[in-house]
Design a protein around this ligand. Structure first.
Ligand code: HEM
Length: 263
């Protein structure tokens, strides 16, 4: 998004009560929200163009791969939300602490239970690329908590931006129930307007008292967060080839019950 003039009027309810903010913000290029949007523009386009993401958007998702994607998300959000909890009172993170609205750990656990059954925890493990992402999140949370803002921004703002589209694609491609089982991750029940919430989140980021050097460090960290995500996508893409071979080896049709192409 550009540094256009924007009015921010957010009025949101969360589980604990009303979060009400009314203000008029004129965004400036040195506002953190604008620096993050501008500084991640190129890497965002790169992420959109990874094979995994392109296939996903076309509805070319095999269920086994989607499940592994969810496993990666589970470990990522578990680490991120663990570090967010640790730093929830830190002045650099407290204004961005929205557990009821944003946190995805529980939703992902429900989805994994749906896909893998009650003993899902014994069936999943953290992949190498995911582990590198997780390690960085823990390092940041423990050594330089202000940088957590970049990780929260990269994931939550992204989820709020594309979640509903991805949910519909996944639901149709894998013929998941319309009642939403397996897709809790995409469902932000405590957020009534993603647009309004994103505006609130941006204004909260802009109110953090950060000097220019720290804001720049946050942009660099957000670029890094995008890169970690792309490494996970690339790893999934590699795994996808072996799944395909397994399916072929087993003599099953490639476009069988595992997925489908809605395009
Ligand atoms: C914002 C599309 C992948 C992170 C957006 C917006 C769109 C979009 C249209 C703007 C929403 C708005 O201004 O309200 C897409 C598409 C993707 C994709 C089509 C894949 C094909 C990703 C990925 C990530 C990501 C993989 C990170 C893991 C973000 C973030 C924002 C965003 C952080 C907020 C930008 C800001 O306003 O500061 N995306 N996205 N996106 N997306 Fe994506």
């Amino acid at each position: 998004m550009s540094a256009e003039k924007m009015e921010t009027t957010g009025s949101l309810l969360n589980g604990a009560g009303a979060v009400h903010e009314e203000k008029e913000d004129i965004l400036r290029p040195d506002d953190l929200s604008e620096m993050l949007a501008a500084g991640t523009k190129v890497v965002h386009e790169k992420a959109e163009n990874t094979q995994f993401v392109k296939d996903f958007l076309k509805g070319r998702i095999r269920k086994e791969l989607f499940k592994l994607g969810h496993v990666a998300l589970y470990y990522t959000y578990t680490a991120m939300e663990e570090e967010i909890e640790r730093n929830k009172d830190h002045p650099y993170f407290a204004p961005l602490y929205f557990p009821a609205e944003l946190h995805r750990h529980e939703a992902l656990a429900l989805d994994l239970e749906y896909f893998y059954g009650p003993d899902w925890q014994s069936q999943v493990s953290c992949s190498q690329a995911t582990q590198r992402y997780v390690d960085r999140i823990h390092q940041v949370g423990q050594e330089d908590p202000v940088l957590l803002v970049a990780h929260a921004y990269t994931r939550y703002m992204g989820d709020l931006s594309g979640g509903q589209v991805l949910k519909k694609v996944a639901q149709r491609a894998m013929k998941l129930p319309p009642t939403g089982e397996g897709l809790e991750f995409y469902q932000f029940n405590a957020i009534h307007s993603a647009k309004a919430f994103k505006q609130l989140y941006r204004s909260r980021m802009n109110e953090l008292e950060l000097d220019m050097e720290t804001k720049q460090k946050l942009v660099d960290e957000a670029v890094m967060a995008f890169q970690f995500n792309m490494e996970v996508f690339d790893e999934l893409e590699e795994i996808s080839k072996t799944i395909q071979e397994d399916v072929l080896d087993a003599g099953l049709p490639v476009h069988g019950a595992m997925g489908g192409d809605i395009s």
